[in-house]
Design a protein around this ligand. Structure first.
Ligand code: UDP
Length: 425
């Protein structure tokens, strides 16, 4: 007999393993989102199984995070790192493995929350074979992304078609910002049901370290002016703009200015090309002496970096949400961000930081100078950022909203199944 436990749900994130180290290769906000949402939902009483693709032979099949929350790795293609753009062909195997897992465990999920377009396809396929409700978070929209890149990959037309089918047919699509919702409507489809529930952050872990204490631990001078970037090395992150802006800053010569560019993988891994390019630009601009690349920052050390900084810069060309901005704000560090996507929602200009046009290094330089020149204003912006995150962006509040949505959809499912004609034996 199949067991359909009322509170057991599956989060599916084929390409974003919630149990891996974050900040390198393609592991970023999506991985963090799935893990944190999973953990927070489990705390609220759900049994959460997070499904992803095995990407190295050494990885465990199952990682038990907490009693009610685990990551389950399924085989789909070779057990090696593969760029997202190459994964579509392996999805039928992922679906098969998911079904085999359900059978082995004697259970059937009645709700799946899929993440990124690849997983949306998996959810839609599963729905053809079993009765379930599907919630989806895009994390990135092809229709927006392809406007900002010079090389359109071969998979683009498939991705756009799947994203459209997803919006039009799944039970609920989550927009993580009003800007993302507008983009879905204007660029993907006017059909389908969207609910806006933002991403969140850990308001306990972030925000408990003081600036000077953090600097002491990181060996940064107390009177230095520290500009911080945190994230992956990817062209769309706009690190080049930040480097050129810092080179133009009026603080460059007059005091101990420091640029910390945190994130990235070990040498030889796939983001190396962008990292090499950025290092060349740093040398070309003559700011090698004030720039530091600490590499991937461990989860526990992130608060130190955010707290040590005078300002955190998010210069992305496109950003559906941008977790780094709210993490910095949770640490009372003002944010200067590109005036794009979800950053227009999280960063309130002149209140929690500043927004400037993407790729505009002069505007970024002016914004950096304004904040570095006025430590009292910096502290005020930081304080307001913290307040905004506490009110709107804690993982618990996000999980609570998701929880309500899941419950509503599962109740609907129960009503639908009760009203279906029953076969009389
Ligand atoms: N991150 C990290 N260590 C690093 C660099 C990044 O843990 O060295 C984390 C960062 O704290 C954030 C996530 O990676 O939680 C990046 O998410 P964001 O939404 O800003 O960007 P994405 O990677 O999704 O494009």
């Amino acid at each position: 007999m199949l067991l359909t436990e009322k509170n057991r749900i599956a989060l599916i994130s084929v390409d974003g393993d919630p149990a891996v180290e974050i900040g390198q290769e393609e592991a970023g906000g999506q991985n963090v989102y799935v893990r944190q949402v999973g953990l927070a939902l489990a705390e609220q009483g759900w049994q959460v199984d997070m499904f992803t693709r095995r990407s190295t032979p050494e990885q465990l099949d199952i990682v038990q995070h907490t009693p009610n929350c685990r990551t389950i790795r399924l085989a789909a293609g070779p057990a090696q790192f593969m760029s997202r753009d190459r994964l579509f062909g392996y999805l039928p195997e992922f679906v098969q493995q998911f079904q085999a897992f359900q059978q082995r465990e004697g259970l059937q999920y009645t709700l799946v929350h899929t993440n990124y377009w690849l997983s949306s396809w998996v959810g839609m396929e599963l729905k053809k074979h079993q009765s379930l409700k599907q919630v989806h978070t895009y994390h990135s929209l092809g229709a927006v992304k392809y406007r900002t890149v010079s090389e359109i990959p071969a998979i683009a037309s498939t991705r756009l078609a799947v994203e459209k089918a997803c919006l039009e047919t799944v039970d609920r699509v989550i927009a993580t910002s009003p800007q993302e919702e507008d983009q879905m409507r204007s660029l993907v489809s006017t059909i389908g049901q969207i609910e806006m529930i933002p991403c969140g952050t850990d308001i306990v872990k972030f925000g408990s370290t003081q600036r000077q204490e953090a600097r002491q631990q990181l060996g940064i001078a107390t009177d230095a002016k520290v500009v911080l970037y945190v994230g992956r090395f990817d062209r769309r992150k706009g690190i080049e703009t930040l480097v050129r802006a810092v080179a133009k800053s009026s603080f460059r010569k007059s005091c101990d200015l420091k640029l910390l560019i945190a994130g990235g993988s070990r040498p030889g891994q796939s983001d190396g090309i962008e990292r090499d390019r950025i290092e060349k630009i740093v040398a070309e601009e003559g700011i090698g002496d004030l720039t530091c690349f600490p590499g991937r920052v461990e989860d526990n050390d992130l608060p130190l970096y955010y707290s040590a900084a005078d300002v955190c810069v998010v210069p992305s060309h496109y950003e559906p949400f941008g977790l780094v901005a709210i993490e910095a704000m949770a640490n009372r560090t003002p944010v200067i961000a590109s005036n794009v996507g979800g950053l227009q929602f999280t960063v309130v200009p002149e209140v929690t930081g500043l927004l400037v046009p993407p790729k505009d290094e002069v505007a970024f330089a002016q914004a950096i100078d304004r904040i570095l020149a006025d430590p009292d204003w910096r502290d005020q912006l930081g304080q307001m950022g913290r307040q905004r995150v506490e009110i709107a962006f804690s993982w618990n509040s996000v999980a609570l909203r998701l929880s309500h949505l899941y419950t509503k959809l599962l109740c609907q499912a129960a009503v639908e199944s009760a009203s279906k004609p029953q076969l009389v034996a």
